[in-house]
Structure formats: structure tokens, C-alpha cells
Design a binder for this molecule. Sequence first.
Ligand code: FAD
Ligand code: UDP
Length: 388
Amino acid sequence: MFDWLVVGAGFAGCVLAERLATQRGERVLIVDRRPHIGGNAYDRYNEDGLLIHEYGPHIFHTNSEMVLNYLSKFTTWRDYTHRVLAYVDGHLVPIPINRTTVNQLYGLSLETDEEMAAWLAARAEPVGRIETSEDVVVSKVGRELYEKFFRGYTRKQWGLDPSELDKSVTARVPTRTDTDDRYFADKYQVMPKHGYTRMFQAMVARANITVMLQAGYQEIRHLIPHKRVIYTGQIDEFFDFRFGRLPYRSLRFAHLTLDAPSHQAVAVVNYPQTEEFTRVTEYKYLTGQAHPKTAITYEYPTAEGDPYYPVPRPENQERYGLYEALARATPDVWFVGRLATYRYYNMDQVVGQALATFRRIDETVPRQEKPAAASGPWNGTLAELPGP
Ligand code: FAD
Ligand code: UDP
């Protein structure tokens, strides 16, 4: 009998499994339908020995010392500051839009923050209530820059016009009046030194955590006795799509190795005006790996496929609200993570949410009377269960 069945071996599932196993000494089974742990942050060495991110570039950034300290139990870090260029009007210019972007694109020499602020103010369109992803950009930089940098990229990425998406989507990308060309402004920007998968392995390597891969919750839930569930998959699927499907946007990744030491000037180049893919990632910048070849990934947005992004817009929020109410009324199941809470969360936010969930569990769920020995071997066996 497991104390916990954790569905999903991504950040949400692994953090909770680790906390429940080490802080409460409880027996945890993690299941994932994929053949690996790590969820969308999974990385691996490809056939040429280059470390790549199977599900697109994952850059760790956070302002939370608590989250960083927690993950630091399982990995050391390498410093990495993320920079992105956008291919616009035949130029490669910094995104987020900053003073350098405008100077390069328009052949200007704006020298101060004030000059740049005035230049933007002259173009910004007044918007009464900022509600959509179009509003948030045109009200800051005007329509021309909006169309060059945001409209096409967003239509490709989401299959929707920015006017159909909540403001929070494009608001992820700031506008700057200085020459700061970092993609993220967070206090801590680091990458796990030996990759994400190694970090996840360190989290779950406990005698009282069992990991079962290529196993879907729906298939095993009645076969494996367990007391409680942590669910990190799609919330609509958990409830058999009772209120209809929640849209999740997907991507197709084209992974390539090039027989050259480097391909582009920075880790990520965005293509807001041209191409069918949204961006190209070159991993060596993220990993610091020295190698005579280089690995890159193209991202092609799709409607079908693995669920990667919740789609923030009012009607989806409303439908999620129906599922959330059901979730609240479902005893002994905790819904955590990007898919289960239908939130466009970064990795650090998911870790923060999982740690907060653990605190709530620890306050409300009585600990089992006789804790499993956290360091001794686990005696149970899954051998009698059907294979994948
Ligand atoms: P997931 O990682 O999705 O894990 C859920 C797991 O549950 C999956 O492995 C899935 O197979 C499994 N599962 C689902 N349903 C079932 C079921 N019924 N039975 C069994 N298993 C099931 N964040 C950043 O902070 N920085 C970045 O640079 C960044 N880049 C990103 C780039 C891309 C292309 C994408 C898609 C996301 C990016 N993110 C980034 C976000 C990051 O991936 C997520 O915040 C994080 O991985 C979410 O963790 P999770 O545990 O909630 O979900
Ligand atoms: N975006 C854009 N042009 C860009 C970069 C981002 O239009 O060059 C918009 C787009 O809608 C994207 C959103 O801003 O989905 C958030 O960008 P981010 O880089 O945070 O996306 P993620 O890394 O989560 O895919």
C-alpha cells in the first residue's frame, strides 16, 4: 500500500514526492506515461553526445531564494544569463525591445532612457482598459513594433491573434528604455550544472520512492493500492472531459546536430515575421558544453500533440473554474502544476506551488503512524503488475 500515488514525474510531481518521502517518511509511487522523469524539463545526451532539452529550451530563473535553496539540495549550478535575438526586417536585434533594438532597427542614436521613453511615448497607443495581449504591447510601444515583434510570433505560437489572448501572455516580455538585453530580469539565473534530468534523479533516489514509467494513471489507478493522490496531469482529463476539453497548445520539436562548432550568436533566435517555426535554440550556450559539433532545435507550434501550454483567455479560465470547483470537492486528491491548475507557470513557480502544497498537506493530513524507513530498502514489488 502506497501512502501517495503521484501522477507525473515533472517538477510538481518530483518536488512533492521528495517532500512526502523525506519529511514525512511516507511511501510514494510516482507514475508517468512517458519513458523518463523530468516532465517537460527532461534533458538528455543525443546520439552525438550533446546535451539537449527534449521539449525545448528550459532556462531556470527566479526571484525566490526559497525555491533556489530547495533545488540546490539536488544540483550545483552554472551561471547563465539568457539573451535572445529576434530576426526582424532582415536584422538580428535584441528582444525584449530595448534602446539598442530601436537604434539598430531605425538607424537612430537614442542615448538616454528619457530619449527612448519619449520615442516610445510618441508611438504608444492609448488603451482604455488593458485586457488583451495586443493592448498590453500597443499601449507601450505602438502598433508598428507590435506588428514587427509580437503579432506574427503570437499568431504562430498560439494559433490566435494577440487580441484573443489574455494580456498576461505578451506581458511576460517587458519593454526597456535602457540597453539591458537580458531576456529575464530575475535575481537568480542559473542552469543545473549537470542538467535537469540528473537533478530529478537526485530528488527521487530514495528507498521509499518508487518510479514507474510508461504507466498512465487511468490504467493503473485501480491496480495499485494507495491512500492519496497528487495529480499533475491535465485536469480536464482527470474528470473525463466532463465540461469539455481545455485547450492546451502543443509544439513539434525538430532536433538537429550540425557539423560545426556553433550556429548562431545567442542561445535563442526568435522569428516573429518569417518561417513556420517560432524560434531556434542552440544548447551549448545553455549547457556550457565544449564539443566540435552543435545541437539545435526548431519549434513548430501545433494544435495537436502533447499538452505544453494552457491557453490564457477568458472562456478557458471559465471552463477551468468548473473543473477547479470539482477538484476542490474531490477528497484525497491534490492538483498541482502547470497542467493540473491550468496556469502558464515557469519552473520556479511550479516548484513554489508544490512546496506550498506540501506545507498545506503537512498541516492538514495526519502523518502515518509508523513511517517507512527513509534509508532502508523498500520491500514491495511491482513485478506482478501488467507491463506498459
Ligand atoms: P510537466 O513537466 O508537464 O509534467 C507533467 C508530467 O505528468 C508529464 O511528464 C506527463 O507525461 C505526466 N502525465 C500527465 N498526465 C498523466 C497521466 N494521466 N498518467 C501518467 N502521467 C501523466 N519554464 C521556465 O522556468 N523556464 C523556461 O525557459 C521554460 N521554457 C519552456 C519551454 C517550453 C517549450 C515549454 C513547453 C515549457 C517551458 N517552461 C519553462 C515551463 C516548464 O516546462 C514548466 O513550468 C514545468 O515543466 C511544469 O512542470 P509540471 O510538473 O507542472 O508539468
Ligand atoms: N512573444 C512574441 N514575440 C517574441 C517573444 C514572445 O510575440 O519575440 C509573445 C508570444 O505570444 C509568446 C509570449 O510573448 O508566446 C511569451 O513569450 P515567452 O518567451 O515567455 O514564451 P515561452 O518561452 O513560454 O514559450
